[in-house]
Design a protein around this ligand. Structure first.
Ligand SMILES: Nc1ncnc2c1ncn2[C@@H]1O[C@H](COP(=O)(O)OP(=O)(O)OP(=O)(O)O)[C@@H](O)[C@H]1O
Ligand SMILES: [Mg+2]
Length: 148
């Protein structure tokens, strides 16, 4: 299975968490739920922090640029290892130039422009699909490494 394919499969219902994201409080909820799921999967506190940071950035982008959207996350499996899979999607204005949006320091909102490139560095799989006028779909996966 390719990295991309799994995000189009049905998420594992037993661990699936779905959060509607419209405001600051929803960002907090996404972080809390993500931390709890990450902990249950077995991620250590450092990785839990990485995962909540990624969730914050994706949720904040939804609130800032699309107004509303959704975050889904579930326990995945990759090459015999457990993982956390996260999708952030919205039907907002979308991103015209994804390559530009992924550059450090690029922002259309006087932000630091560190959000998306930061998320990309924190995870093992980063997939983004967006077109101007057609919303934004971001899928990420972080794989649980065995503690040495
Ligand atoms: N969900 C989205 N819908 C539409 N445009 C988006 C979305 N997410 C990101 N963008 C666009 O991509 C740009 C880069 O996003 P990124 O999160 O990297 O930086 P930022 O949000 O501008 O600043 P920061 O996250 O550092 O506060 C944004 O300025 C915005 O133009
Ligand atoms: Mg951002």
């Amino acid at each position: 299975m390719s990295d991309l394919e799994k995000f189009y499969l049905k998420p594992d219902k037993n661990t699936l968490k779905e959060i509607i994201v419209e405001n600051e409080w929803d960002i907090v909820v996404a972080r809390q739920e993500g931390r709890e799921l990450a902990r249950q999967i077995g991620f250590n506190e450092v990785d839990q922090a990485r995962i909540t940071t990624a969730l914050s950035e994706l949720a904040r982008n939804i609130v800032s640029y699309a107004g509303s959207g959704q975050i889904k996350m579930w326990k995945g499996e990759s090459q015999g290892r457990f993982s956390i899979c996260i999708i952030a999607e919205d039907n907002g204005p979308g991103i015209q130039d994804i390559k530009l949006a992924l550059q450090d320091g690029y922002s259309t909102s006087k932000g630091l422009g560190a959000g998306l490139p930061g998320v990309k560095r924190l995870v093992d799989t980063f997939f983004i699909k967006s077109k101007a006028g057609q919303g934004c779909f971001v899928a990420i996966e972080k794989i649980l490494r065995r503690n040495l």
